[in-house]
Design a protein around this ligand. Structure first.
Ligand code: PEP
Ligand code: MG
Length: 747
């Protein structure tokens, strides 16, 4: 192969295939493979280094280095030339290894005799498995053909590892996907779950990486690519005139599907002896490795498109469909790189937990998972490559930790936590009907946040006294096109029917920022959270606002109705919106529709500016609800979506609590009912302090009502107020430590 001929390479792959089919145990097989490669590439040394754990590489087999070093020589990721190859995922090819950057001398191997070094990563679809190295005495740079051939061999090694070829007596490698792993991510919806992995997009398994008839393989590849192209063209045809971004993605698909470079590289892989599917996977692996290094969001997206296209091609070639024919396990934990809200809703409450490799705390999928109260962890690196369908898995949505194939001790500890949670739920059920009155006699209203029909059964189960925030945008977000007015009427009617007379506050469409409607023209904004969103969109797009107001009035059909406008930054915005409500009422009256028995129109206070609005505003608005999630991000100038800062400032910071107290005072001065509907309302300690500051209505996720009620029933708000005031006077930044101590002393 030193002269780079295809036949040599094919011969080597043919011998590797024989190895795969042989009866040999793992270590023996690996030893024979290093011998085969060294022989074929005419190098004195061939070594295979494999990962022992996430950070440690171990010399697992060698031809040419000291045999005693096998299973002894280890290095960390990034350490030495081998570690550099592993870390960067890139080839290192040097005629003079000792003077190359990062070289580390390992005396036990006897490698000082070898001058040239060629190391290629062994990786499979972004999963780093090890490094394949050849070395020779003669100081020479390996040719491009040799590098390429070794990459092909590394690809086959990765496939063999995936198929368990190196596992067995004297195992060089522990079986893949069998060890227990703990992975961390970001908590997006609390709660614990135990179940079995359900891969939203199952991995395609390539069982035949090597083929001996390149003509046949090339034909197979061409046929599959043709089928893929026809499929993409069809999708494009259907999408014409539709959403621009979707069209752009499909155009990118078409570009890749017709890319000569992509085809050429795959055909070259086939010429060297890979099967068509292995060639696709090799290119996919390299694209994934590049994805890890590219920071430009546009390029990353294009690489993700290519990845998706490769998956489609693999499915065509292997005949493995989307579901692999497997059945959803009885306690499924969904694993995906990302998932849209529509797909998630289709799974619905059947899911016990969700783990996403990407995702984000504010994504639509997260909103849906929260509404369904399914524990969710996002940003869990490697989860889609580590997990296999049916694997035992535990999800800790409170801490953002995932235990895949856990040891018994870990599983038992998590089970204990689950049992404690269930016990607490039982306790909460027993106080469901008890009105929330604190020990010193203050009556607090606990209402719930909702947004989907799926939320409404919680009205009864949780003991909520009504819906303090119905996020109407969720109905818009989960569809592919703008809903019709008649559809909205039906939706809102069903909500009011399900509420059985309990008050529901409908918040008008709150889109923009992180909530982008797929079918509305997307405006690229430098700072979407400070941009064209919520009531700003409503006032600029009056047609949509009117349509929604009409739908709400018709759905009420004579029943009491409460409407709330989001993100009101100045009083005029509220007056204008209320003027639209009045106009709509007049129109509805003229059309002969029955008007609501009572109508209340409120505003969400989500920007500090509204707290300083003229008194007239507080006199005229029917009610105010603090949107704490947004208010806090603007108060502290800390993006609620940005992991780097979103937890930096405490809600119990004295500045924020003083600000809340001011808002309470302003509302009290005009007898304007005030509620708080951000996430903090559902956190027991925060809820206590908000109540102590004078907030009398808290709106939260249904699952939080029990825990919040339980602490409020035991609390004396008068003495808590004193604790908060004292901490403030002492000059403390946050009252949390003092409040926590007070709670501990209360037992
Ligand atoms: C808030 O900002 O606190 C709020 C309830 O609105 P959302 O989280 O939907 O922006
Ligand atoms: Mg908000």
């Amino acid at each position: 192969m030193a002269d780079g001929t295809e036949t040599e390479s094919r011969k080597l792959l043919g011998r590797l295939r024989e190895e795969m089919a042989s009866e040999a145990a793992g270590q023996e097989r690996l030893d024979r493979i290093t011998h085969l490669i060294a022989d074929s590439i005419r190098a004195e040394v061939c070594s295979v280094y494999l990962f022992r754990d996430e950070d440690t590489l171990e010399l697992c087999a060698t031809e040419g280095l000291a045999p005693e070093a096998v299973h002894k020589t280890r290095m960390r990721m990034g350490e030495g030339l081998v570690g550099r190859v592993a870390q960067s995922g890139k080839v290192v090819n040097t005629p003079d290894a000792p003077s190359a950057k990062g070289f580390r001398y390992m005396p036990e191997t006897g490698e000082e005799r070898f001058s040239s070094f060629l190391g290629v990563p062994v990786q499979r679809l972004g999963e780093k498995l090890g490094v394949l190295v050849v070395q020779s005495r003669e100081a020479r740079r390996f040719s491009a053909d040799e590098v390429y051939a070794l990459e092909v061999v590394a690809m086959v090694l990765a496939e063999m590892a995936e198929l368990g070829a190196f596992v067995g007596e004297g195992a060089a490698l522990s079986p893949l996907h069998q060890q227990s792993v703990q992975l961390s991510g970001g908590p997006a919806q609390e709660g614990y779950a135990e179940g079995h992995v359900w891969l939203h997009e199952p991995r395609v398994v390539v069982t035949n990486p090597i083929a001996d008839d390149p003509h046949r393989e090339r034909e197979r590849l061409n046929e599959a690519v043709e089928e893929l192209r026809v499929g993409v063209d069809k999708m494009l045809e259907i999408s014409q005139g539709g959403d621009k971004e979707q069209l752009q993605v499909l155009e990118a698909y078409r570009m890749f599907a017709n890319s000569k470079g992509w085809m050429r590289r795959m055909e070259e892989d086939i010429a060297l002896g890979l099967s068509a599917e292995a060639a696709v996977e090799k290119e996919q692996s390299q694209a994934r490795a590049r994805m890890g290094q590219v920071t430009d969001p546009y390029l990353r997206e294009r690489l993700a498109d290519l990845d998706d296209l490769s998956n489609r091609l693999l499915r065509i070639l292997t005949g493995q469909g989307n579901t692999n024919g497997a059945d959803l396990p009885p306690d499924p934990i969904l694993i995906a790189r990302n998932i849209g809200p529509g797909d998630l809703l289709e799974y619905g409450r059947s899911l016990k937990g969700i783990v996403l490799e990407e995702g984000s705390v504010g994504s639509h999928a997260t909103i849906v998972a929260r509404a369904l109260a399914i524990p969710l962890v996002v940003h869990v690196g490697r989860i889609t490559t580590e997990a296999l369908n049916g694997d035992h898995i535990l999800v800790d949505g409170d801490q953002g930790i995932v235990h895949l194939r856990p040891e018994d001790t870990v599983a038992n500890a998590v089970r204990d936590k689950i049992a404690m949670q269930a016990k607490a739920q039982e306790r909460y059920a027993s106080i469901r009907e008890t009105p929330t009155v604190t020990r010193d006699g203050e009556r607090i209203n606990l209402v719930m946040n909702a947004g989907l029909m799926a939320d409404l059964p919680s009205l009864n189960n949780s003991g909520a006294e009504g819906v303090g925030l119905f996020r109407t945008e969720l109905q818009f977000l989960i569809r592919n096109q703008m809903p019709k007015r008649s559809e909205l009427v039906t939706q809102y009617q069903r909500v009011l029917d399900a509420a059985e007379g309990k008050r529901v506050i409908f918040r008008t469409l709150d889109i923009g920022s992180d909530k982008v409607l797929p079918y509305m023209k997307h405006v690229a904004e430098p700072n979407p959270a400070l941009g064209w969103r919520a009531i700003r969109v409503g006032l600029d797009k009056r047609g949509v606002m009117r349509m929604q107001l009409q739908a709400l009035l018709r759905a009420a059909n004579g029943r009491p109705l409460s409407i709330m406008f989001p993100f009101v930054a100045q009083a005029d915005e509220f007056y204008e919106a209320r003027w639209e409500v009045n106009k709509t009422i007049e129109r509805e009256k003229r059309l002969g529709h029955i008007l609501p028995e009572t109508l209340e129109v409120g505003a969400m206070l989500e920007t500090p500016s509204l707290a300083f609005a003229p008194q007239k505003f507080f006199d005229e608005v029917d009610f105010v609800s603090v949107g704490g999630n947004d208010l806090k991000q603007f108060f502290f100038a800390a993006d609620r979506e940005n992991e780097l800062v979103r937890r930096r400032y405490d809600t119990l910071n004295v500045s924020f609590l003083s600000f809340i107290a001011q808002i309470v005072e302003r509302c009290n001065s005009s007898n304007t009912p005030l509620s708080f509907c951000g996430e903090d309302a559902g956190r027991p300690v925060e809820a206590l302090c908000l109540a102590a500051m004078g907030i009398r209505t808290l709106s939260m996720r249904p699952a939080s009502i029990g825990p919040v009620k339980s602490v409020l029933l035991r609390a004396d708000l008068q003495s808590l107020r004193k604790i908060i005031a004292d901490a403030r006077h002492r000059g403390e930044q946050s009252v949390r430590p003092a409040v926590m101590e007070w709670l501990r002393n209360q037992g």
